[in-house]
Design a protein around this ligand. Structure first.
Ligand code: ATP
Ligand code: MG
Length: 442
């Protein structure tokens, strides 16, 4: 992509409304634009990151055996009357009426609708386990939308729903999602810690929030430092092996970890002082087993091997992709801007032509642009006629992993400068080496 054709509305000034660094940098880098309280448009740079985040989520959901669907944002209120939640949900739910005066709502979540899909088709335990997910916009009329896309009213959620014959099956489904989440966040360059969460009236221990440590996080969290060194399961982890998956979950739930709502001073006191990590965190995912809470009132049952009807045991599993983009920035930036992990970077390489119009600079830049593109790298080629200083500032701000700088002095010596955005390391190398090196960036 040539910068001259790319819609990248960079802000020079720090936006006053932004209280936290991710919000500030997303606005400054032209990733998002606020349209109303808690509602944002995603501009090209932001959309590219959001798509990469969603793709990682999708790949790991699929790997764990979940299947993607897509349900509508607008839901009929009837389903929510059946489950009893229409009255319980409160003011966070946006209630709407159509021209026939039928009550509708903008979905804050999809348990009812997916249960309706399930009961419409599935009759036998032989069709289980089943896990259906979608990545769809939600609306929650938050009292205090703030921090940009971190806590917005309209936001994207990946929500998965598992259906099993009994508690044992549901627990195995829960464990698979737990492991998928560990892999998902790691692939985005994040260290997410699963923490025991409130299970409400359902009870049990099957509810975890996945928390990224960050000083700007909204939750106070307490955890054992051992989490920082636990191994994340590899790509070839066998999701069909319940015992192996259970073992991973056991390992990842053994050390102490809790948000302030679940914090237990007595248990905390048993963690050696030097291992205690009291910090703040951002919730990026939440997994929850709720049994027959919806299947019973909505009559979603299957025939078991005993020939009897069983209400299915369910769980739901959320991740916030829009919030994640902000969380990644909270975890990875410096005073000059964003530092994208390779896996979610909007482009791999910022190719900076320092002297547009200089025939040699133009020729080498074009040659590199073609070669990187040919090698499958995504390149943002700064071919604008701005000052070098402004170009460097933009490149640092938008945080692409590599900068390749083409200037008259280097070009005369057959060299370009390579800069690693994360380490700041700079190196002058021959043009052909630059092509070889960055053509192979993984
Ligand atoms: P929170 O405690 O932060 O209000 P929640 O517990 O209401 O979130 P869930 O219902 O568990 O959220 O939703 C699943 C995921 O959706 C969350 O882990 C988060 O990543 C994302 N999410 C929830 N609310 C918002 C919001 N207002 N803005 C952006 N993302 C959100
Ligand atoms: Mg939650």
């Amino acid at each position: 992509m040539r910068l001259s054709h790319f819609f990248l509305p960079i802000l020079k000034e720090n936006p006053r409304e932004a209280e936290i660094v991710s919000h500030r940098l997303m606005l400054r880098a032209g990733m998002i634009r606020q349209q109303a309280s808690g509602s944002f448009s995603w501009l090209p740079l932001g959309k590219r990151v959001l798509d990469k985040v969603c793709q990682i989520i999708r790949e790991e959901q699929n790997r764990s055996g979940a299947q993607e669907i897509l349900m509508p944002t607008i839901q009929p209120a009837d389903l929510w009357m059946e489950s009893g939640r229409y009255n319980d949900y409160g003011k966070e739910m946006l209630r709407i009426r159509d021209r026939q005066d039928r009550p509708l709502l903008y979905g804050p979540t999809n348990e009812e609708m997916v249960t309706d899909i399930f009961r419409g088709y599935v009759r036998s335990y032989k069709d289980l386990p089943l896990n259906l997910y979608h990545i769809q916009w939600k609306f929650r009329d938050e009292i205090r939308p703030r921090f940009g896309v971190m806590r917005s009213r309209e936001f994207l959620m990946k929500d998965a729903y598992s259906f099993d014959l009994d508690y044992e099956g549901a627990k195995a489904a829960y464990n698979r999602m737990f492991v998928a989440y560990l892999r998902t966040f790691q692939r985005m360059g994040l260290q997410a810690i699963p923490m025991r969460a409130e299970t409400g009236p359902i009870g049990g221990d099957l509810s975890h929030e996945f928390i990224i440590l960050a000083s700007t996080g909204e939750s106070a969290v307490f955890c054992h430092r051992d989490f920082l060194d636990l191994p994340v399961p590899p790509e070839n982890v066998d999701f069909t092996n319940d015992a192996q998956i259970d073992e991973i979950v056991a390992q990842w739930t053994a050390p102490y970890a809790a948000t302030d709502e679940m914090h237990d001073e007595e248990a905390w006191a048993t963690v050696p002082e030097e291992k205690r990590l009291a910090a703040r965190g951002i919730e990026v995912g939440h997994i929850f087993h709720f049994g027959t809470k919806y299947s019973k009132p909505m009559k979603a049952a299957v025939q078991g091997p005993d020939g009897k009807e069983h209400f299915v045991s369910m769980g739901s599993y959320g991740i916030g992709p829009t919030r994640l983009v902000a969380a990644i920035i909270e975890a990875s930036h410096d005073e000059n801007g964003i530092i994208w992990p390779q896996s979610v970077a909007p482009f791999d390489i910022a190719l900076i032509n320092m002297k547009v119009g200089d025939s040699e600079c133009d020729r080498i830049s074009e040659e590199l642009y073609a070669a990187f593109t040919e090698a499958g790298r995504e390149v943002l080629y700064d071919n604008t006629d701005g000052r070098p200083g402004a170009k460097f500032a933009t490149a640092d701000l938008i945080g692409l992993p590599w900068q390749v700088i083409v200037g008259p002095r280097g070009v005369a010596a057959g060299e370009v400068e390579l800069k690693n955005r994360a380490t700041g390391e700079r190196q002058n190398i021959p043009v052909s080496d630059a092509i070889r090196r960055l053509g192979a960036v993984s």
